[in-house]
Design a protein. Structure first.
Length: 313
C-alpha cells in the first residue's frame, strides 16, 4: 500500500464517491484512481466502497474505519512536511486564515497588523465564507486557522478556542423614535421592520430564540451575511438593524445610532479553530495568541493533543 492509494480513497469520499471528480482534483486519471483503490482493497482483504456495476456508491463499514486511519496517516505526513519547512525557515512561509466577513472586516485587522510587524516575511491569505465553510476549509487543509462566532465548536475534527465576547446592538437612523427609549425591549423591536444576519451568521440563532420564547414574530425584511450591508439598508430607511457591536463605530457610522440589546439576545463568543492534532508552524501559534489573548503556546498544544478541558472565557 502507498500514500497515493490513501489520497485516492480520501478524495473519492470528499467528491461524494465520484471517481472522475476525484481524479480531476488530484490531477490524475479516473482509471488510475479506480485501479489503485481496488488494489488497496485486495491487499487489505476487505471492500472499502460498495459498488453498483463499476460505479462507487457508498462506504462499507470497514471502509469507514479504514478512512479514519487514512485521515490520521495523511495528517501525520503533512505534519512531517511542515516540521521540515518550519526548521528550514522559522520566520517565513504562508499562512491561510478562513474567516466570516464580520471577523475579517472587524476582528482581524489589529491582530494581522501586529502579526505582520513580527513576521514581515510570512505571506498571508484570508479566505471568506460562512461558519460551516471556514470550518471545512481547515478540516480539508485549505486553511490553517478559522475564525467565526457560530458553529466552530460543533466539529470533532477541530479544536476551537475562545477569542472574545461581544453583544448585539440595534442600529437606526439618528432621528428614529426608538432612540427615545432608555432601554429597548423585544416588544419595541417587533414594532418595526428589522434587518439582520442570515441564520448561519453572527449570533442569529440567539435572536431567533429570543423572539420565539417571547411569543413574538419579528418582521425581518432583509437578511445579510455582513454588517456593512445591514448598515447600508438601515441608512436607506428599510428598517432597524440588529448586528454585532464590534462592527459599529460611531465616528465612522456618523449617520447612524446604536443602542445595546445584549440584555435581549445574550452574549456571543468569537472562536478560533485549528485542526485536531495538526502540526503548526511557530508563527501560527503567535497569530492564535493575538486572536485569543487568554491562550499561550503551551495551552494551545495541550488542546491540539486533546490533553485539556474545553476552554471558555
Amino acid at each position: 500500500m502507498n500514500l497515493h492509494q490513501f489520497r485516492f480513497v480520501r478524495e473519492a469520499v470528499r467528491q461524494n464517491f465520484n471517481l472522475t471528480e476525484a481524479a480531476k482534483a488530484l490531477y490524475t486519471s479516473q482509471p488510475g484512481v479506480s485501479k489503485a483503490i481496488i488494489e488497496l482493497e485486495d491487499e487489505l482483504g476487505v471492500e472499502i466502497f460498495t459498488r453498483h456495476g463499476k460505479r462507487v456508491r457508498s462506504m462499507t463499514e470497514p471502509g469507514r474505519i479504514i478512512l479514519a486511519s487514512i485521515e490520521r496517516i495523511l495528517q501525520e505526513v503533512e505534519s512531517l512536511k511542515r516540521i521540515g519547512k518550519d526548521y528550514a525557515a522559522q520566520d517565513q512561509g504562508n499562512l491561510v486564515i478562513a474567516a466570516t466577513h464580520t471577523q475579517a472586516r472587524y476582528s482581524l485587522p489589529a491582530a494581522i497588523a501586529e502579526f505582520k510587524r513580527r513576521y514581515p516575511k510570512v505571506h498571508l491569505s484570508i479566505l471568506q465564507g460562512s461558519p460551516s465553510q471556514v470550518a471545512e476549509m481547515v478540516i480539508h487543509d485549505q486553511a490553517d486557522v478559522a475564525i467565526a462566532t457560530e458553529g466552530l465548536s460543533n466539529y470533532k475534527e477541530l479544536v476551537s478556542l475562545p477569542c472574545f465576547t461581544w453583544h448585539h446592538v440595534a442600529v437606526m437612523p439618528d432621528d428614529h423614535p426608538l432612540l427615545e427609549r432608555k432601554q429597548l425591549s423585544l416588544d419595541d423591536l417587533s414594532q418595526y421592520p428589522l434587518i439582520t444576519y442570515e441564520n448561519a451568521f453572527a449570533g442569529r440563532t440567539k435572536i431567533n430564540d429570543a423572539f420565539r420564547l417571547r411569543g413574538l414574530q419579528p418582521d425581518i425584511v432583509l437578511e445579510a451575511i455582513d454588517a456593512d450591508v445591514i448598515k447600508t439598508y438601515v441608512e436607506l430607511g428599510l428598517g432597524v438593524g440588529i448586528m454585532a457591536d464590534i462592527a459599529f463605530n460611531g465616528d465612522r457610522d456618523r449617520h447612524l445610532r446604536a443602542m445595546p440589546v445584549g440584555h435581549l439576545f445574550g452574549s456571543n463568543v468569537t472562536r478560533v479553530a485549528l485542526k485536531q492534532g495538526a502540526y503548526l508552524r511557530g508563527y501560527v501559534y503567535t497569530l492564535v495568541e493575538l486572536l485569543s489573548p487568554s491562550m499561550n503556546r503551551k495551552l494551545i498544544e495541550q488542546a491540539l493533543k486533546g490533553e485539556s478541558e474545553s476552554y471558555e472565557l
